[in-house]
Design a protein around this ligand. Sequence first.
Ligand code: NAP
Length: 512
Amino acid sequence: MIMSNQEKLFHDKYEEAVKNIGSQFGRKYAMIIDGQYIHSSQNFVHISPIDTRIILGYLPSASANHIKQAILAANKAFENWSRIHHKQRIEICRIAADIMSSQKFELAAWISYENGKNRYEAIGDIDEAIDFIRYYSKEMETNNGFIVQTKSAYPNEKSKSVMKAYGVWAVIAPFNFPAAILVGMSIGAMITGNTIVIKPASNSPVIAYKFAEIMKEAGLPDGVLNLVTGSADKVGQTIINSKDVAGIVFTGSREVGYKLRHEFNKLKPRPIIAELGGKNPVIVTENADLDQAAGGISRSAFGYSGQKCSACSRAYVQKSVKSEFVEKLLEMTKSLRVGNPIEHATFIGPLINSTAYKNYQKYVKLARSDGKVLIGGSVINDADLKYGYYTEPTIIDGLPKNHRLFREELFVPLLCITDYEDFDEAMQLCNNSKYGLTAGIYSDNEEEVNKFLQNIECGVVYVNRSVGATTGAMVGCQSFGGWKDSGTTYKGTGGPYYLMQFIREQSQTIVV
Ligand code: NAP
């Protein structure tokens, strides 16, 4: 393979970073509360899904008292942080983006070890995080801190609309985008003047710790960002029960998001931004470029082992082209290399943990009994891979169209495929889901594409995309949000309306 100088530099830097971070494995981490490094008498061990013999670190298990202290610190810091000029907040965020950029390869290497992403996905995760910081900074700047002079009722009065922060937000993040999503949610809350308590996923806490340190280095005042780790239930319950938490910004599963929303609003009505799961469909019509469709669908179904909220998990293919399409899809799938994600050639790394690994085996067993496994279906036990959670990309045919595997979010590399007779049936199959996150279509027929765009019930949709049928790298200015059970708000992550969710309006009238 011939590489350009730029590509070589990219790979050299990533590989050097992989070597460099090795010396940090196994260290003991602290929580960060009010700018202080706080240890706990209880810790949990953090292992790598690449190879479970690698201990990445020991993280503190927060007690309820630690979580209360973090909320208190955030509450105390709120007064100053919310009142300083928004330009000062922007300046700190921009410095943080620059620091993150200078540490990009090291942070990406950490992501590979923490959650098993290959080098391209890991660097993409960091790039998205940096892009969110820069985009939200620009949004604050362009909108003048969301302060608008308005007309007034009387000539001796001056009026303006001022958007103000709420107070303390809990930031609860998933394992699969430990930088982009955690950083995006945190910056969204902080840049608008709120203070935060972060609870990272227990499978990816080190990246969260690194982000907290970067913010500190950038000049963030103590108490604005607090980081606690440990039991999800304990953190969740303490947050829910605290009258001092003004809002929650959460990304994760539908089950946890719904529970949090329900419980959090029992005490009093409070904002909760929740971006949830997906069961993302794609339609391939007889008017599609089948090579393009096979490439885009295999990448979306199996990229990061199907562990993306936007992963393609249902394919509806017009009967007349199904066998030709399946042949191409199987060829594409065979070409995707499963292996250690640190290695250059690897496309598919491991699953995140033993629960996901067991789930994969359970779903495959069900698929074998109710349908037909066209490719894959096994865990990988060769050589060193037996120490990680590696599984084969799997395609299932022959299931009833309303089968459990067509309905539930599985979060493993498993794609269900079936045929359809006419386009209306395909649309109905796509929309017959409680989820509504992403969807795609492959067709060169304008009428079909228009019908899809008019009728699909999802927040993010793609047409004829070869890089990914239902997934794709995001930039900050693009919104990514779910409809139906895939999200509890009407504005997505990123995009022009995101920041508005962290602020509330005050109309000010002054007699002059
Ligand atoms: P998860 O199990 O719902 O966990 C998400 C976060 O919530 C983690 O930090 C978890 O902590 C915490 N948590 C779990 N139970 C809690 C409770 N009772 N109270 C408070 N916090 C609690 O999801 P995940 O497995 O990390 O991520 C995968 C899910 O996220 C999928 O459903 C995926 O579709 C969704 N997702 C959605 C988007 C989107 O933009 N819509 C993006 C990415 C992921 P622990 O790690 O300690 O359990």
